[in-house]
Write a protein of this length. Sequence first.
Length: 75
Amino acid sequence: MTNYHIDAEKVSLDDLRKRIETTDLVPSRISLLENIRTRFKDLKAAGIATLADLRYELKNARRMEALSARINVDE
């Protein structure tokens, strides 16, 4: 049986960044590319290593606000 979902524990931040950089983004998502390497470096420095970690940090407004303050980026 084939799984059709992404195993977020196995997707590293580097893999995610590369996927974003190589994807044909819709105009409303182009801003994701602004300072992407610096932002991902900051995420790693904050202890985020995988897509699962990032999803956890963005799970709710309180966690997102705390992450935003730790890495000095707008919510």
